[in-house]
Design a protein around this ligand. Structure first.
Ligand code: ADP
Ligand code: MG
Length: 399
């Protein structure tokens, strides 16, 4: 996949109707937005379009209405909040690509902004229905994709519409593509990737693809135990994906053949049970990974492992991290994840964090501003690391 894509700065937008796909999938409670982070993140692109005299038509999905007109998933709340943040009216359309949206789009003046209704009100959206894509495209002259979180989906408003309009990236997508694209295509070395999280099976293809690119692959979190079992240890009650033991053996052999350093935990923090509630008090001890008691389960990496992993990060020039090192939701089991976040924060390498839980961990633990880039798309960043082509990015014009 070519990561060198045109952005809004590479196309003339003045006087043009610009359909801009945003990620306004904000959390709400009783009809009130509980975090406007995603709306705030979209402002630079919207402001650029307004300042450069485009006629701005914004669109997004919210939640999963599955083709039904669910009033509680209306984007009206987003239009209201966006009006406040922009300091100008955001005209709300009553439909997605119907009569009202078309009339309002046709009447837009330069610098004005409107928002279409929830794209997933339309059954065709998630099917990438060409009819819906055409209707959406008919309102505009240019398509801008600024929603990275849905870039791995081929939907009408994320990719299909680009069949009918010149398409470029907004600032958010541009940042994701340029930073992650560079890391994968032409990284400064040593390139270290850290994988964690619950299961090997979630990230099979990521492991396989990263072994083609990195100098060191660090594996922690719940997925490490299947590797440990593949090395012949018993792992007690730890998370184990028995059907993936052979796969782990294959990956260890591949690492060896490629000269990639594969780092696995040497010690771990164990408890008799998974914490319940997840953030409740828990009694733990640290043991070597080869000595996990049969009736206990590994829930975090131990201190020796933290030091080994941190040392590998220290010498890196590019670091990609996906997946927490332990059950970070529990303060007693967050230490390994904190140690990795600290190692990234202390490093002068380009540091990239992808994955919903890893990003949340970095933010919760207060490291977000010390990381070069925290991806806004969990699933999308994972597919990126797998080396897959993302439809919402592939559809954009090459530079
Ligand atoms: P991301 O969203 O960053 O890609 P994942 O969804 O793959 O990460 O994994 C996150 C989850 O993995 C967290 O909820 C965490 O509690 C869990 N986890 C991490 N280590 C362990 C472990 N040793 N045992 C069980 N669960 C774990
Ligand atoms: Mg997750």
């Amino acid at each position: 996949m070519n990561y060198n894509k045109k952005s809004i700065e590479d196309i003339e937008v003045a006087g043009k109707r610009v359909l801009c796909r945003c990620d306004f999938n904000v959390p709400t409670k009783n009809g009130v937005i509980t975090s406007d982070k995603r709306i705030v993140a979209a402002l630079p692109t919207i402001q650029y379009l307004v300042e450069h005299k485009a006629k701005v038509i914004l669109c997004s999905h919210m939640g999963k209405p599955k083709g039904e007109w669910k009033p509680e998933l209306s984007l009206k709340v987003v239009a209201d909040r966006l009006s406040e943040l922009l300091g100008q009216e955001v005209i709300m359309a009553a439909d997605v690509a119907g009569e009202d949206a078309k009339a309002k789009a046709a009447a837009l003046k330069e610098g004005q902004v409107m928002l279409l209704e929830n794209t997933r009100y339309m059954k065709g959206e998630t099917k990438n229905d060409p009819e819906l894509s055409k209707e959406l495209a008919s309102m505009a002259d240019i398509f801008v994709n600024d929603a990275f979180g849905t870039a791995h989906r081929a939907h009408s408003s994320t990719a299909g519409v680009a069949d009918y309009l010149p398409a470029v990236s907004g600032y958010l997508v541009q940042k994701e593509v340029s930073i992650m694209g560079k890391a994968l295509a032409d990284p400064e070395r040593p390139f270290v990737a850290i994988l964690g999280g619950a299961k090997v099976s979630d990230k099979l293809n990521v492991i396989n693809n990263l072994l083609e690119k990195v100098d060191t692959l660090i594996i922690g979190g719940g997925m490490a135990y299947t590797f440990q079992a593949a090395k012949g240890s018993s792992v007690g009650k730890s998370l184990l994906d028995e059907s993936k033991i052979d796969y782990c053996k294959e990956m260890m052999a591949k690492a060896e053949a490629k000269g990639v350093k594969l780092l696995l935990p040497v010690d771990c923090v164990v408890a008799s049970d998974f914490p319940n509630p997840i953030d409740g008090p828990i009694e733990v001890k640290t043991v070597p990974v080869t000595e996990i008691p049969d009736d206990m389960e590994g829930l975090d990496i131990g201190e020796k492992t933290q030091a080994i992993f941190a040392e590998a990060v220290k010498n890196a020039k590019t670091v990609v991290w996906n997946g927490p090192m332990g059950v970070f939701e529990n303060p007693t089991l967050a230490k390994g994840t904190i140690a990795m976040a600290q190692a990234l924060a202390d490093s002068d390498a380009t540091t990239i964090v992808g994955g919903g839980d890893s990003a949340a961990a970095c933010e919760q633990l207060g490291f977000a501003d010390k990381i070069t880039h925290i991806s806004t798309g969990g699933g999308a960043s994972l597919e990126f690391l797998e080396g897959l082509e993302l439809p919402g990015i592939a559809c954009l014009q090459d530079k």
